[in-house]
Design a protein around this ligand. Sequence first.
Ligand SMILES: *Cc1c(COP(=O)(O)O)cnc(C)c1O
Length: 453
Amino acid sequence: MDTIKYTLSENQMPTAWYNIQADLPKPMPPVLHPATYQPITAKDLEPLFPQELISQEVSTEPWIEIPEEVQSIYRQWRPTPLYRARRLEKALDTPAKIYYKYEGVSPAGSHKPNTAIPQAYYNKQAGVKRLTTETGAGQWGSSLAVAGAFFGLEVVVYMVKVSYRQKPYRRAFMESFGARVIASPSDETEAGRKILQENPDSTGSLGIAISEAVEVAVQDDQTKYALGSVLNHVLHHQTIIGQEAQTQLEQAGDYPDIIVGCTGGGSNFAGIAFPFMGARLRGEQSDIKFVAVEPAACPTLTKGKYTYDFGDTAHLTPLVKMHTLGSSFVPQGFHAGGLRYHGMAPLLSHVVELGLIETRAFTQLDCFAAGLTFARAEGILPAPEANHAVKGAIDEALRCKEEGVSKTILFNLCGHGHFDMQAYMDYEAGLLRDTEYRVEEIAMALSGLPVIS
Ligand SMILES: *Cc1c(COP(=O)(O)O)cnc(C)c1O
């Protein structure tokens, strides 16, 4: 019998998150204070995050225990299935073996609840009443709304205006769980009002929405801020994906030669890749090719600069060393909202600089085509973001076919596309365009980078 699905029982779910910093050959550069440009202290972060998350942010311990209460919520949808894509392999006529880890089975339909649940938990433990956050495509806001409902926390979501208009169902989803959703830029914050003054028609960006959410959090000591990607603790929380995949591939009697994921802020990629990379760094496993895929219209890893930059447009966040297109860069409207961020997780950027990861950028039409090839073979319609990983995996499988070699490919199917049907309708109607990044816009955004001596 050809096995299709590798499932684990609830008691096989990992009980600790993995921190790759413990195994890195070179430590990460320090995080700098936005005003003094000096290394920040834990105290500087206290207005934004509860103590436990700050500890996780700076920890170099390899394992962080998952609290029992978080585990018990995880068990509602975890462990998630690992599939062998046999029908896709056949459709591509490739000798490669393709596996995908499916995170779309979570309540919000993506990997984001893996970090939303613990973030809400630690905030609740610390006595926080309200969380502010930003959301692009709506997946993160949805996840935090669910987590807030579980723990009795108020959730306020600044949603990038273009998505607020394009995705009314995502907004309705968040509101169903009691979250308040505000189109960003808004006139509720100084950061939002400033942008609207300069450009009343601004359709917003993640960088702007982050500024609004951070501003509100620092002004009220009952309120803290939550971020759905980029930060070290978020990447740690996502490593449950890769740890489960390790056990599932053991069951399958396989080991990946290639691991592919899409990168917006870097968390789902890190989630699937870091446990395997750690094993490699500790010398326990043979070499793996890691491939990070991003949109050609927001080419942070392939065209950005590795330097200190702010995480937001109004320059309220600390400075981190990362691949960036400049904090004022606003990508053109393309349909993978979750991949439209100017920066990248510092931890992932660091690992890219160490030469451990290959990077690729694909245009959205190619990604939608790949997503439909996948959907018609496997029956799951991926999120537009996940289509980038699908495209990356299919390309690797087709290269195997050309070269006549059978490699084992693992990719992360980080979410389903059921809230993204407008994008698929536009694609089918031929309305989508391949918007390349604009060279001069990136040059302008990069010219505004902070100068750190
Ligand atoms: C948020 C999101 C992304 C991008 O964020 P990462 O931190 O890079 O994972 C990608 N895919 C989906 C489905 C998302 O919800």
